[in-house]
Design a protein. Structure first.
Length: 453
C-alpha cells in the first residue's frame, strides 16, 4: 500500500535533499550492499584552479593537482584547504603526474617538454602527518615526525595556506626539454617515474619510449631508447603514431605505452648486471582500440587496464610477460583481452585501482561527468558504484597506503636522489585506501570516501 504525501510535504522533502547535496555532500552517490561512496570535500572556489585540472596525485604528505595553465597546487588531505605555496616550473599544461612506490617523489611533465621532480617530504606538515593518518590512526614515530605538537595543532586549525620553509627546494630537479635521439625532438608528452629506481620513462612523437635519469647530477639524460623498428613494425601507419600515455608496473619490470591510434605496446625493462645499462624490448601489442588511449594502469592482480576514446575499458593479463615466460619478444604478437567494461558515455580519461582492495576495485573517470567503480572479482565484471559531478572528470587517484616504518634502503648509490621505504599492503576490505580524489574541467578537486570511513 502506498501512502499519500501532500504536495507541500513533497516540496519540503525535496528542498531538504537539495540542501544536503549543496551544503554537506552527505548523500550516497552509488551503492551496492557495503560498497557506498559519499562526496565528502571539495576545494573552495577562491583557492581552486582557474583552468581545468588535468592531473592529480595523492602522496603521503599532500594531494597535488596540476592544471591546463601549468600551475600545481598542494592540498591538505584532511581538509582540502591549500596546504602551501608551490614553485611553478612549467609554463603550459601539466598532463602527467606520477609517483615512486612510496608516493614521496612526484614527477611532473608539461606539454612544453619541461619535466620536474618534486620531493613532497619537504612540504610543511598539515593536519595529518601523512595522507594515510586519520582519527584513530597511529601517529608517525622517530625521524618521520617533523615539528612538534604545537606546530601540528596550528596546522590543523589554520585557515590559510602555509609556505614551505624553502619552496625552491621542493623541486629537486628540472629540465626544459629532453631528447630521445640526436635530432633533439622532445619526447616528454607523457612521463612515468620508476617505482624504485632513479629513472623515468618518456614518450611522444612516434610512440617510441625512452628512459632518462632521475638523478640530481644528470637529470633528464638519455639512458635507453626502444629500437626504432619496433613501433613501426607493430603499427599499420607509424607516421601518425603519437605516445599519449605511459604506465609502469609496480615492480618496474614492465612499461605500457598508449598511442593516438589505439594500440598499446608492452615493453620489458631490462638492466645490466652492473646496474648501469638499460634496455627496452617490445613484448606484446594490444590492438583492441581504434581511437586514442588516454588511460593506462597496472593493478595488483597483474592486469593492464586501458581506457580509450571509444568509451570502453579493457583488461589484459600480463602475468606471463612479467615473469618472462613464453616465446621471445615479437613486435607482431598480439595480446589477449580478459574483459571489456562498458558503461561510460564519454572518453575514458583516467583509471586507477584501489591500493587496499587487492586489485578488486578499479575506478574510472570520464568526460561524461561520472566516476565509475568496477568490481573485477565478479563474473561478469560490473560497475558497482557511480558518482556524478557537474562537469567533465579528467583525473582520479586513490589514497595511498602508508609506507612501513624503518627498513630504509638506499637506491641507486650516488645517483639516487631519494631514500625510500617499502610500501605496505592491506589485507582487509577497502581499508585505508577507501578514499579517492578527482580533478575536472571546473578546476575543483573533490574527495570521496567510503560510507564506512
Amino acid at each position: 500500500m502506498v501512502s499519500y504525501m501532500p504536495p507541500s510535504v513533497r516540496r519540503a522533502a525535496a528542498k531538504h535533499t537539495a540542501d544536503l547535496l549543496h551544503v554537506g555532500h552527505l548523500l550516497p552517490i552509488g551503492t551496492l550492499q557495503s560498497l557506498q561512496y559519499l562526496a565528502d570535500l571539495e576545494t573552495t572556489p577562491d583557492a581552486s584552479h582557474s583552468t581545468p585540472v588535468l592531473s592529480v596525485c595523492w602522496t603521503q604528505r599532500a594531494i597535488l593537482s596540476a592544471d591546463l595553465s601549468g600551475a600545481l597546487k598542494a592540498w591538505d588531505p584532511t581538509t582540502l584547504l591549500a596546504a602551501c605555496t608551490l614553485p611553478q616550473p612549467h609554463s603550459n599544461s601539466v598532463h602527467a603526474l606520477s609517483t615512486d612506490r612510496d608516493t614521496r617523489y612526484v614527477l611532473s611533465s608539461s606539454i612544453d617538454g619541461s619535466v620536474a621532480l618534486w620531493d613532497t617530504g619537504l612540504l610543511p606538515r598539515t593536519a595529518s602527518a601523512e595522507a594515510g593518518t586519520e582519527e584513530g590512526d597511529a601517529a608517525p614515530q622517530g625521524d618521520e615526525t617533523i615539528g612538534d605538537q604545537v606546530e601540528h595543532d596550528a596546522a590543523s586549525s589554520r585557515q590559510g595556506p602555509l609556505v614551505a620553509a624553502a619552496p625552491e627546494e621542493v623541486v629537486v630537479c628540472r629540465t626544459d626539454t629532453i631528447a630521445s635521439s640526436s635530432d633533439g625532438v622532445s619526447e616528454a608528452w607523457s612521463t612515468a617515474l620508476h617505482p624504485t629506481l632513479p629513472v623515468f620513462a618518456s614518450v611522444g612523437i612516434g610512440a617510441r619510449p625512452s628512459l632518462h635519469s632521475a638523478s640530481r647530477d644528470d637529470f633528464g639524460s638519455l639512458v635507453a631508447i626502444s629500437p626504432p623498428h619496433t613501433a613501426a613494425a607493430a603499427a599499420p601507419d607509424s607516421s601518425s603514431l603519437f605516445g599519449t600515455k605511459l604506465a609502469l608496473h609496480a615492480e618496474g619490470s614492465l612499461l605500457a605505452v598508449g598511442t593516438s591510434t589505439g594500440q598499446v605496446f608492452l615493453y620489458a625493462l631490462g638492466q645490466g648486471e652492473d646496474g648501469e645499462g638499460w634496455s627496452l624490448d617490445l613484448l606484446t601489442t594490444y590492438a583492441d582500440h581504434a581511437l586514442p588511449v588516454r588511460a593506462l594502469h597496472f593493478d595488483a592482480k597483474d592486469h593492464l587496464v586501458v581506457g580509450c576514446d571509444d568509451l570502453v575499458v579493457t583488461l589484459h593479463d600480463v602475468r606471463a610477460q612479467r615473469r618472462g615466460g613464453g616465446d621471445a619478444p615479437s613486435a607482431t604478437r598480439l595480446g589477449g583481452t580478459v574483459a571489456a567494461l562498458q558503461g561510460h558515455r564519454g572518453w575514458i580519461m583516467d583509471v586507477k585501482s584501489c591500493p587496499t582492495a587487492q586489485g578488486r576495485i578499479v575506478a574510472t573517470s570520464s568526460t561524461d561527468r561520472t566516476i565509475k567503480l568496477w568490481d573485477l572479482a565478479v563474473t561478469p565484471k560490473s560497475c558497482v558504484c557511480t558518482c556524478t559531478e557537474l562537469d567533465e572528470v579528467w583525473c582520479i587517484d586513490w589514497r595511498p597506503t602508508p609506507p612501513l616504518r624503518g627498513g630504509q634502503e638506499e637506491r641507486g648509490g650516488d645517483r639516487s636522489v631519494w631514500t625510500a621505504t617499502t610500501a605496505s599492503t592491506s589485507t582487509g576490505g577497502l581499508g585505508q585506501g577507501s578514499k579517492f580524489v578527482t580533478g575536472g574541467h571546473d578546476g575543483r578537486v573533490r574527495m570521496y570516501r567510503s560510507a564506512g570511513v
